[in-house]
Write a protein that binds this ligand. Structure first.
Ligand SMILES: Nc1ncnc2c1ncn2[C@@H]1O[C@H](COP(=O)(O)OP(=O)(O)OP(=O)(O)O)[C@@H](O)[C@H]1O
Ligand SMILES: [Mg+2]
Length: 434
């Protein structure tokens, strides 16, 4: 039934399939036509379903759209002054989400195509019946609701993602902090063990002497000197970790290798874990320096050597060797496999000359299934309470920070060799100590 010819029958026409749910806001429908007849007919059809905004020309319609949230607009294409096509563009400028239905009479298919290109969602040929116009408006309202729901949901999703990202960062910081605190405790426990051993030997010697003089006095002085060094090491370790927590930039670090090996030897000589091991140190013929903090280098080697000490209770040999390589590493020779692991391949500053520091033991070796996990924080094969599994995670952190690499080669029943590669400080030869 043509609406414009029989507008009086508008209320008798069947309703659109889905009336808006009770809790939903009534939609706002804008009707723009420069002819009084169709404007009034449409008003009568829709006045009980939607909030209506009615205009008889383009500028008024644009102003109304600016002042109100319009969901759907019905625009006559052919109007005096601003055409329906132009108005469509202007309304989309105000709110790109407005659903627009064009009313056409004699327009060419090109005009209709242009309207659809500009974002009109539908067009109705005049004259049309009530059911058709109701269905078209109901469908447009539904689309509008859906698209705004989609938008609201995607905004919520974005907010959720931002929130999650923030939480993840906070968690990451907390985790890093937790790991740093655990690392401080882990690293300080070595010098504390040494201090405790030194104090015990002091106590033993002093409890048997009525007076301290001669050799005894020398021994006491020596032990006290060593204790002082270990206390300084503890302080230095906590200071380094605290500054990394506060992200304080440190000056370019430098460590002299042979000097470090001497310090290390001193620490290890009294370490209780050394009892079942024969320790051999092979320093460089000429000392060189590397770009790593000296405390970090001591800690790194200490972790590797203590692991080598602890790998078996049987008597075994542990060798610490320093070597300068005049060539870069052929990385293709260092593939990960059942007996090999290479750490920091991508960031490794593979420039000659390189320092190779190896810690080799004749212990039981590392099982094939264990090897891929040894650098994971908190991974340990020791009994509960005997290892935190942080040692190698700390070693790999220090090596990565210094632009170095680690290679592990281990054969079950034969032993393990960890080799740390570090770039020498400065240009080739510049840091050789003469
Ligand atoms: N030289 C080695 N020989 C055999 N296994 C080793 C050797 N070095 C490391 N591992 C294996 O790697 C695991 C992880 O070593 P890591 O130093 O990270 O932790 P941990 O020694 O178990 O505990 P922590 O160092 O905290 O006391 C060890 O539990 C051990 O299984
Ligand atoms: Mg360890």
């Amino acid at each position: 039934m043509p609406l414009l010819a029989h507008s009086g029958t508008a209320f008798e026409a069947p309703r659109a399939a889905t009336p808006p749910p009770q809790d939903r806001r009534r939609g706002t429908l804008m009707i723009v036509d420069d002819e009084e007849g169709p404007r009034q007919s449409l008003r009568v059809v829709f006045k009980s379903d939607y909030d209506l905004l009615i205009a008889n020309e383009g500028e008024t319609a644009v102003a109304l759209a600016r002042q109100n949230k319009v969901d759907v607009a019905i625009l006559d294409i052919r109007m005096v002054g601003m055409s329906g096509i132009e108005l469509l563009g202007r309304l989309k400028d105000v709110d790109p989400q407005i659903e627009v239905i064009m009313l056409t009479a004699y327009e060419t298919i090109d005009t209709i195509r242009q309207a659809l290109r500009l974002g009109a969602c539908d067009y109705l040929q005049k004259p049309f019946d009530i059911a058709t116009v109701r269905n078209a408006v109901a469908a447009a309202m539904e689309r509008r609701t859906l698209s705004s729901e989609v938008r609201t949901n995607s905004e919520k999703l974005r907010e959720l993602q931002d929130e999650l990202q923030k939480h993840m960062m906070e968690e990451e910081i907390m985790r890093a902090r937790g790991e740093i605190y655990a690392s401080v405790i882990h690293e300080i426990s070595s010098p504390l063990t040494v201090i405790s051993a030194l104090l015990q030997s002091l106590d033993h010697r002093m409890s048997h002497a009525a007076r301290i003089e001669g050799d005894d006095l020398e021994m006491v002085k020596d032990r006290l000197k060593r204790i002082t060094r270990q206390v300084s090491l503890c302080i230095e370790i906590s200071r380094r970790y605290l500054s990394s927590l506060r992200q304080v930039p440190t000056e370019t670090p430098r460590a002299w290798v042979n000097q470090i090996l001497t310090d290390l030897g001193e620490l290890l000589r009294v370490h209780p874990a050394s009892k079942s091991s024969q320790l051999v140190m092979v320093p460089l013929e000429e000392d060189v320096s590397v770009s790593i903090n000296s405390t970090d280098l001591v800690q790194l080697l200490l972790n590797l050597v203590i692991n080598a000490f602890q790998c078996t209770a049987q008597m075994h040999r542990v060798e610490v060797r320093a070597e300068v390589l005049g060539h870069v590493l052929r990385l293709e020779d260092f593939q990960n496999g059942p007996q090999d692991r290479f750490v920091n391949r991508d960031e490794f500053q593979n420039k000659a000359p390189l320092l190779a520091l190896s810690v080799q033991d004749t212990g039981p070796g590392i099982a094939v299934e264990t090897l891929p996990r040894i650098f994971e924080p908190y991974f340990t094969t020791h009994k509960k309470g005997q290892g935190t599994g942080l040692g190698l995670a700390i070693v790999s952190r220090f090596v990565k920070q210094a632009g170095g690499a680690i290679h592990v080669h281990s054969k079950v029943g034969q032993g393990t060799i960890f080799t740390v590669y570090l770039p020498l400080k400065g240009s080739a030869g510049a840091d050789l100590k003469i």
